[in-house]
Design a protein around this ligand. Structure first.
Ligand SMILES: NC(=O)c1ccc[n+]([C@@H]2O[C@H](COP(=O)([O-])OP(=O)(O)OC[C@H]3O[C@@H](n4cnc5c(N)ncnc54)[C@H](OP(=O)(O)O)[C@@H]3O)[C@@H](O)[C@H]2O)c1
Length: 258
């Protein structure tokens, strides 16, 4: 089990204050990692910090809007100065603006692509530069989606951004393998969080999802957390450029015929 431990590591999770990001932060802390959380809402960051502090690890929080892509290298420099170095980067912050493709505004398009793709590249680049310069190993975990591989209606910017994450993950894995920086992604199925509240509160959707998913249930943030521990730990040292779908089998099936 030593291969799964994260003692003496520091993990940065964007969007780590709630939902999937908090599930990942909790699991990485339980595996021994100190934690850095980045999100916009200070009160939620503080709440998350308080809960994680029970694990007795060091926790740092940074209120920051990842849509401000131009400032990401600066905020990362500040995080490095405070922590001394990040070993595991989890790009989880994300969101969507939905609508039929013919009516999506340029503002909505840019918002989603900036947050879900451009910000991820900027933070990966800041992380990679420091690791390479200092000859240090690193692990990157990008949060993809079922929509990295398939699509739902009225969500073109999100599908484009998450499809981009799939290819970005492979591209960085190939460029940085020689520096011992592993780059992988997790593709969550339908996970019960604030983002999906309108779906799990909708009885028709809820019963469709349970019928469609071979394991017959919604995912929990902790389901993603366990996968993240594997991809952050030495147990996955020979795995890079992969998308690990954590979806109860959903992507593998057409669903029941009757
Ligand atoms: N839930 C699912 O079923 C599902 C499925 C596939 C993929 N995903 C992906 O998983 C990730 C997390 O989703 P979730 O369901 O956990 O969402 P969530 O419950 O809405 O949580 C999102 C987290 O990201 C932070 N965040 C949002 N916008 C941000 C910004 N501009 N700058 C910095 N932080 C920001 C939020 O905090 P603040 O609002 O305070 O900033 C929060 O901590 C996203 O990338 C999403 O696309 C989710």
């Amino acid at each position: 089990m030593e291969q799964f431990r994260l003692n003496n590591k520091i993990s940065l999770i964007t969007g780590g204050s709630r939902g999937i990001g908090f599930g990942i932060a909790s699991a990485l802390a339980a595996a021994g990692s100190d934690i850095v959380l980045v999100a916009r809402t200070e009160a939620q960051l503080e709440h998350a910090k308080e809960k994680l502090s029970r694990s007795k690890h060091k926790i740092w929080t940074y209120p920051y809007d990842m849509n401000n892509v131009d400032g990401i290298h600066d905020i990362y420099a500040g995080i490095l100065a405070d922590t001394g170095g990040i070993d595991v980067l989890v790009n989880n912050a994300g969101g969507t603006r939905r609508g039929p493709a013919e009516s999506i505004t340029a503002e909505d398009w840019n918002f989603v692509i900036n947050l879900n793709l451009s910000a991820v590249f900027a933070l990966c680049q800041a992380f990679g530069k420091e690791r390479i310069k200092n000859g240090k190993k690193g692990k990157i975990i990008n949060i993809a989606s079922l929509m990295s591989d398939t699509v739902r209606e009225d969500n073109a910017p999100y599908a484009a951004s998450k499809g981009g994450i799939r290819q970005l993950t492979k591209a960085l894995a190939v460029d940085w393998a020689k520096y011992d920086i592993n780059v992988n992604a997790i593709g969550p199925g339908f996970i019960r969080t604030e983002l999906t509240r309108p779906l799990w509160e909708d009885e028709m959707f809820d019963s469709w999802l349970k019928r469609k998913t071979p394991q017959g249930r919604w995912g929990n943030p902790s389901d993603i957390g366990s996968a993240a521990v594997f991809l952050a730990s030495p147990a996955s040292d020979y795995i890079t450029g992969q998308i690990l779908y954590v979806d109860g089998g959903l992507l593998s099936t057409f669903g029941p015929v009757y």
